[in-house]
Design a protein around this ligand. Sequence first.
Ligand SMILES: [Zn+2]
Length: 251
Amino acid sequence: MAGRKKAGVSRHRSRRKRKPPTPEPLIEKGFNEIVEALGIGVLGLSDEELREALIEPVAMVLGASKPSIQALIKRLQRNLSRVYQLIIIYMLEHRDKLSEEQLEFAVAYGDRALLPYIGRLYSEAESRGRDDLVAVLRGVWEKYGKTSPVRCPKCGFRAVDPGLTCRICGYTLSEDEAKRQLGFNDLLVMVASTMPREMIEEMIADGAVYVTMRGVYPLRRARREEPGVVLELTPREKKMLDEYSKGGRNA
Ligand SMILES: [Zn+2]
């Protein structure tokens, strides 16, 4: 392939615009080789679907001139993780339900690309009893998702939104459940003994706090762009805050 004619370098010749190569004819020509080289024949997609799924990956690695099939395959392999992600996105967009092989492939190679689909992938993995896949999905969420301070008792993701509903499985926690998940009592003791008295008074006056991964804030100081939950304070909790913050309470 090295002996191919090079595209014109001189300014005169390049004035005549060459049409940039398009993915489809290359996919058509090298279909079997590409599918085999990428190992995507096992996914159970039809040839038609594979052709479509390859359009974006091939477009991504296409330069200005038309490569040989071998060169194209090398480029795809050099960008394999992104290539796989694009194929996974295609599968997720075109299939209502994934086969077990497709699900395994998606979870193994999808990484950050799985984030918009993570609730659906969770329910597919969970309904098959694939705790191993659920664990990987949880890891993806912890790494890239809007991590909440409260772990959902049903699915185990730190994905409880400010209204106490889980973004992954849809379960809604009661305030008590959310507080149990957080170890709210201990948290309040710590807050009361370390925070300025002024903020404690704000919490008591607001009657509620905003809890994020970084700490506990009076509701009026909540920075809503930071994922967290709103929790009401019971009279007992207010009293506890008040007493601990005044320093020294014996039991
Ligand atoms: Zn959940």
